[in-house]
Ligand binder design. Structure first.
Ligand code: CO
Length: 433
C-alpha cells in the first residue's frame, strides 16, 4: 500500500461521509455506489429469483441496507461471509413539532438520539438533514432533505456566566438547554409556520403538504486530514460510517466469488437495535432465509449453511489517548495506525471468542496487515455492538473488530489514515475466505 493510495482511500471515506449526513442519506450513498457497480435492487414485497454470481441489495425502512453477492458454490457447502456495521450516529433529532418562540428568539426543540458527547455539539456550524414525508395524491412520498449551509447553533454560555465550566465540565439540561437557535422571532409569523415554510421551500412543496419528518442536526464542517504527516483524519460520523465504507469497499472489490458474501448495515444501533430495521429485528434473518430458499437450499441445508458461516461485526474501537492514561486497560492499549482491533469481553458485550479472534488474526496475517487486541477496563462499563445481537439471532460464529479512533460519539471524531486501508484489506480478505 503506497501513501498516495492510503490518502486517496481515506479521502474517499471523507467523501462518503460528506454525502451521508443522516442514516437515510448513508443508505442512499451506499445504494448509488452499489448501482454504479451493477448491483440490482430487490424489493421485500416482490418474489425473488436469485442466480449464482448475482449481485443484489435490499433496503428496509430507508435506513438499513443489505448488499450481497451470491456465490458460485452452494452456500450449504461454503457458508456465508457477513460483515455488519451501523448507519446511525448519536446526536440531536428534531421533534415532530419543534419550533418555538423563546422571548425574541426562534428555536427548535430536539431529542437526544443515543449517547452523544453533548458538549461537543456547542458552537458547531450545524444544519439539518433527514427525510420528510410529503403529501402525494391520496398518500405520501418520502423525500430526502438536506440544508447545506449552517442553519442552527447551540451557542455556549460565556465563561463569565459559567465560571466553573473548566473545572466542572460543560453540562446541558436536555429539555431546557439543548434547543437549537434558528433565528429571531418575527412578530407577524409564529415559529411553527416559519419552520414549515423553510422546510417546504427546501423541498419545493407547499407547507400544507408537509406531513412528518425525521431530521438530524449534522455538523456542516467537512472532514479533514491532520497531523505532522497528515496521517490522521477528523470528521463527523466516523462511528460507524468508516466501517460501512470499509465493508462496502471490500464488497465492491469482490469480483466473481465462490462464497456468498453479505454486507449488512443497520440503523438504530445507537439506541439498542430493537426495531424492524435494526440488527435486533428480522431483516438479516429474512434476507438470509430468502437468499437460501431462492437458491434452492432446503431446511437441512440452510442449517448447514449457517454452521459454516462467519460474521464480522465492524464497529470502531477506543484508541489510546496518552493524556488520559487512567481510562485505559494498561495491557490493552491500541494505537491509531497500528491496524484493526479485535475487541473481546468475557461478558459478551462483544461477540468475540478465542476461536473467532484467532480466525480474524489469521485473516489479517493473510491480508498482510497488523492487528491489535482490546479489552475495556474491568472497573468501567463496556459498550456493546450489533455483534452479540446478530450472533445470537443467527446462531453463527462471530467476531467484533474495528479501527481505532479517538473521541467516540463526539460530533467530530478522529482516526488514522493507514487504519482505514488496513481495514479494507482485512475485510476484502475475509470476504474471499
Ligand atoms: Co458504533
Amino acid at each position: 500500500m503506497t501513501t498516495l493510495t492510503n490518502q486517496t482511500t481515506a479521502q474517499d471515506l471523507l467523501d462518503f461521509i460528506e454525502a451521508s449526513p443522516s442514516p437515510w442519506h448513508a443508505v442512499a450513498t451506499c445504494e448509488m455506489r452499489l448501482m454504479a457497480a451493477g448491483f440490482i435492487r430487490l424489493n421485500e414485497v416482490d418474489r425473488w429469483g436469485l442466480i449464482a454470481g448475482g449481485r443484489y441489495y435490499v433496503i428496509r425502512a430507508g435506513s438499513s441496507i443489505i448488499a450481497f453477492i451470491v456465490g458460485e458454490q452452494a452456500a450449504s457447502e461454503t457458508g456465508l461471509r457477513i460483515i455488519g456495521a451501523h448507519t446511525d450516529s448519536p446526536g440531536l433529532r428534531i421533534k415532530p413539532k419543534p419550533a418555538e418562540d423563546a422571548q425574541g428568539m426562534l428555536r427548535l426543540g430536539v431529542e437526544v438520539y443515543g449517547g452523544p458527547i453533548l458538549a461537543t455539539f456547542a458552537d458547531r456550524d450545524l444544519s439539518l438533514a433527514g427525510r420528510v414525508n410529503v403529501r402525494s395524491g391520496q398518500g405520501f412520498a418520502t423525500r430526502h432533505v438536506r440544508f447545506n449551509e449552517p442553519l442552527l447553533r447551540l451557542p455556549n454560555l460565556a465563561i463569565h456566566m459559567n465560571r466553573e465550566v473548566n473545572e466542572s465540565g460543560l453540562k446541558f439540561n436536555k429539555q431546557t438547554e439543548l434547543p437549537l437557535l434558528l433565528g429571531v422571532s418575527a412578530p407577524d409569523t409564529p415559529a411553527e409556520p416559519r419552520f414549515r415554510q423553510l422546510l417546504a421551500d427546501q423541498l419545493d412543496v407547499a407547507p400544507t403538504d408537509l406531513l412528518t419528518w425525521e431530521l438530524n442536526a449534522y455538523d456542516t464542517q467537512k472532514g479533514v486530514f491532520w497531523g505532522a504527516d497528515q496521517e490522521f483524519i477528523a470528521s463527523r460520523q466516523l462511528d460507524n460510517l468508516a466501517s460501512c465504507h470499509a465493508a462496502l469497499s471490500a464488497l465492491l472489490a469482490t469480483e466473481a466469488s465462490k462464497t456468498t458474501c453479505l454486507c449488512a448495515f443497520f440503523d438504530h444501533e445507537e439506541v439498542g437495535s430493537e426495531s424492524a430495521a435494526g440488527a435486533g429485528g428480522s431483516f438479516v434473518s429474512d434476507v438470509i432465509s430468502r437468499l437460501s430458499s431462492s437458491t434452492g437450499l432446503d431446511a437441512e441445508d440452510q442449517r448447514r449453511m449457517l454452521a459454516h458461516s462467519f460474521f464480522i461485526s465492524a464497529d470502531m474501537a477506543h484508541a489510546w489517548q496518552p493524556n488520559f492514561p487512567s481510562a485505559y486497560e494498561p495491557g490493552h492499549r491500541v494505537l491509531v495506525n497500528a491496524g484493526p482491533v479485535i475487541k473481546s469481553n468475557a461478558n459478551q458485550r462483544y461477540s468475540t471468542s478465542a476461536d473467532t479472534a484467532a480466525r480474524f488474526m489469521a485473516i489479517c496475517e493473510k491480508a498482510g496487515v497488523p492487528c491489535q487486541q482490546y479489552a475495556h477496563r474491568t472497573d468501567l462499563g463496556c459498550g456493546s455492538t450489533i455483534g452479540p445481537i446478530v450472533a445470537a439471532r443467527l446462531g453463527i460464529s462471530s467476531v467484533d473488530i474495528g479501527s481505532p479512533m479517538w473521541a467516540m460519539h463526539s460530533i467530530r471524531e478522529a482516526a488514522g489514515v493507514l487504519d482505514h486501508s488496513y481495514m479494507i484489506a482485512a475485510l476484502s480478505t475475509a470476504l474471499r475466505e
